[in-house]
Design a binder for this molecule. Structure first.
Ligand code: HEC
Ligand code: HEC
Ligand code: HEC
Ligand code: HEC
Length: 426
């Protein structure tokens, strides 16, 4: 290739990149203009806000709808995840997720579903309310993180509404805002001041304040986001390895005795390293697309599977047509599910092998401890995907490699357990 050709190619690449950037910017159109009607601070009833903003409120109420997802994953029906993946019961043995682990549904059900969850009991702490309602603003104002250690029942009594308008909007200016203190602190430790975020960033942050991985600080039950080393599954795992704030484990596995971590809906972390996030696409672009009614443009507040609004959600950027898009999503999800199911089953086999080894009176204790560390990590790599809500779509590449690691580590855990028990490998 001549020097001239090389220069031309370089120039062309820059032009293509720039065009790509412009397309994404155009995709993210500015907010529709609305007349701002100031609402009293601390007003959490969406019906009151709805009088001022009827289009947004009408679409918000669609979240009461309960229907499956067109691809058969996710969806807004309250079904148990273990129906399709029975290995979950074995993998969460000894902790409440083995009793009740339902698929998520619309925001309007957040408080009701918390109240009805079999994972909740008289000993449950106020921290659980953090990602369910804007009342957390009041609780935090009154007692700082002290609210997290109060009995959940006491705070539930005062909580009259689930995720509503004040969760994401300043009631006087309608500007986007975040109120979850754990999110604000987690970002601050990464050097990010959320009060200085751009509008585009806020279109993701309002969701990320809840759709993120967390743990409870021992003693105080303060909610902490494990982000100090980064968002990748390996980075969060090594953060936990340092026993942050004295946190060692979420629970001890009933069969293998391994000190386990429970991953929680890491939608934001997974999404952040994927193609769409890197191209500047935000959660709201797909989950709150622009709609029109009577000539008025507004953001859909029917936050659900974008496959139910595929054209509005994707076609502002993609010209391939809805059939191609839904086929792509379905393919990604089918492949993720297969690998996730296999990895989950292998992790379950590892717990069983370790249990068997531990029952052997002559077991090699050091090797047994090694097998428990391996299964802890294997399960983390599986669960960080299984607990993510998009069945692979938010970041197909990272999800596939992570599940590959889960499988490999599960096999290593089985081999290690067999070694500990003195069972030779053929
Ligand atoms: C206050 C915390 C909170 C915020 C903020 C929040 N969510 Fe949620 N989200 C939840 C909870 C809790 C559920 C599960 C509710 C249930 O199952 O009862 C949920 C469920 C969902 C679902 C499943 C809906 C269905 O039909 O199955 C989607 C999709 C979703 N959220 C996306 C988003 C997006 C996108 C944003 C930002 C625009 C966002 N969420 C902001 C807490 C939150
Ligand atoms: C490029 C489009 C796109 C973006 C951007 C996006 N998502 Fe999604 N999301 C999807 C698709 C597609 C699904 C799969 C829906 C299904 O299975 O029916 C999904 C599924 C989900 C679900 C589960 C829905 C259900 O039916 O249970 C949640 C929760 C969710 N996303 C949250 C988020 C959050 C939070 C962000 C930002 C951090 C985000 N998404 C960014 C496209 C997107
Ligand atoms: C989970 C977060 C979230 C909740 C809850 C929420 N909104 Fe929004 N809202 C958004 C986002 C994101 C936008 C887009 C803002 C932007 O791009 O500047 C928006 C935009 C708006 C706008 C500006 C016009 C438009 O349609 O883009 C109005 C008005 C509005 N919302 C009203 C409401 C009302 C009323 C409620 C309660 C019934 C509500 N919102 C609940 C996230 C939320
Ligand atoms: C705001 C713009 C925007 C929106 C909205 C958007 N995308 Fe994309 N999408 C992109 C960009 C940019 C890329 C990366 C460059 C490319 O492949 O064109 C991409 C890539 C993809 C890819 C290939 C890469 C991958 O991760 O597998 C698929 C599939 C895809 N998008 C599906 C969807 C679907 C489905 C929706 C709606 C639920 C959607 N997109 C919404 C901008 C967008």
């Amino acid at each position: 290739m001549s020097k001239m050709q090389k220069t031309l190619i370089a120039l062309l690449s820059v032009a293509v990149l720039f065009l790509g950037f412009v397309v994404v910017r155009v995709g993210a159109k500015p907010a529709s203009s609305v007349k701002v009607v100031p609402i009293a601070q601390g007003e959490y009833d969406p019906a009151v806000w709805g009088k001022a903003y009827p289009l947004q409120y009408e679409s918000y109420k669609k979240m009461f709808d309960m229907s499956p997802s067109p691809t058969g994953y996710g969806g807004s029906l309250k079904v148990q995840k273990s129906d399709m993946q029975p290995e979950m019961i074995a993998n969460f043995a000894g902790m409440p997720f083995s009793k009740d682990y339902a698929e998520d549904r619309g925001h309007v059900y957040a408080v009701e579903d918390l109240r009805d969850s079999k994972r909740i009991g008289p000993a449950s702490k106020g921290a659980c309310i953090t990602c369910k309602t804007p009342y957390v603003e009041q609780f935090y104002k009154e007692s700082g993180w002290g609210y997290a250690n109060k009995p959940l029942s006491e705070l539930m009594e005062r909580t009259k509404h689930p995720v509503t308008c004040a969760q994401c909007h300043d009631s006087e200016t309608m500007a986007l805002r975040v109120i979850n203190p754990a999110f604000i602190e987690g970002q601050a430790r990464r050097g990010i001041d959320v009060t200085k975020a751009t509008r585009e960033e806020m279109r993701t942050y309002v969701c990320a304040q809840c759709h993120s991985e967390y743990y409870f600080e021992p003693g105080t039950t303060r909610v902490v986001f494990p982000w100090d080393k980064g968002f990748k599954p390996e980075e969060m795992y090594s953060y936990y390895a340092e026993k942050p704030n004295g946190f060692i484990q979420d629970w001890k596995h009933a069969d293998s005795g391994a000190p386990m971590l429970k991953a929680q809906h890491p939608d934001y972390e997974t999404f952040s390293n994927g193609t769409h996030a890197k191209a500047g696409v935000t959660c709201a672009d797909c989950h709150m697309p622009y709609m029109r009614k009577d000539g008025k443009k507004y953001s859909s507040h029917y936050v659900t599977s974008p496959l139910k609004t595929l054209d509005a959600s994707c076609s502002s950027c993609h010209s391939q047509g809805t059939e191609w898009l839904s086929e792509r999503v379905k393919t990604i999800q089918d492949q993720t599910f297969q690998l996730q199911h296999t990895a989950g089953q292998n992790v379950a086999k590892a717990h069983a092998a370790i249990k068997k080894a531990s029952e052997n009176p002559n077991v090699d204790q050091a090797e047994l401890a090694n097998s428990r560390e391996l299964v802890r990590k294997a399960q983390w790599m599986w669960d960080i995907i299984a607990a993510e809500n998009s069945m692979g779509f938010h970041n197909p590449d990272q999800i596939m490699t992570t599940l590959g690691k889960a499988n490999e580590l599960a096999h290593q855990a089985i081999e290690s357990a067999n070694r500990a028990a003195g069972i030779g490998l053929l």
